[in-house]
Design a protein around this ligand. Sequence first.
Ligand SMILES: Cc1ncc(COP(=O)(O)O)c(C=O)c1O
Length: 215
Amino acid sequence: MENFGEMKTSTRVLMGPGPSDAHPRVLRAMATPLIGHLDPEFLVVMDDIKAMVQETLQTKNPLTFVVSAPGSAGMETCLVNLLEPGDEAVICIHGVFGTRLADIAERCGAKVITVEADWGTPINAEDVKKALASCNPKLLAIVHAETSTGVLQPLEEISKMTKEVGALLVVDAVTSYCGTALKVDEWGIDALYSGSQKCLSAPRDFPRLPLAKQQ
Ligand SMILES: Cc1ncc(COP(=O)(O)O)c(C=O)c1O
């Protein structure tokens, strides 16, 4: 039964884009007694977290919630709920995670139109405009900060173009959340997901932050 002993991990200094070191207060919170998901105390915690997430995302959207799941689950949640077979989706790719968005959109049965930029550079707004004009897009999905290259993608202009053609804007903010401004309401972001293990420095898989805006 050697695999079932008390868990021990070494102390490391985590310097990558994530997972990152958690504050001792966060680690202490994880050692508190478990409560059920219907416990009135749990509901208070959920409401508090929701309010904090809304504040950090600069949104008043009531459909803001955390789930215990990886960032990829947020990606899948947004796309499988917004895309139906036959829909057209413009997916921007300037690194690994844009490619994953395109893969999931294809598996949803969508016709994927990609807009690509060389790794290390942001997506060009003119290329986005052309792609949006070439089809009847249900949505445009884009990574705000490409972890694989460190490039921050400006979103305002792309959001404006997306609105002009009546498409939804889906944003991957796994790496940008709490590391740079994310003005969900001002920028007209319709659905956004993130993760806690990067700039927020919370433990991986607790909690994740998908948000979807109802039109
Ligand atoms: C930009 C981006 N999107 C999505 C993901 C997927 O997140 P996870 O590994 O938690 O599934 C990552 C992970 O590094 C990421 O950096």
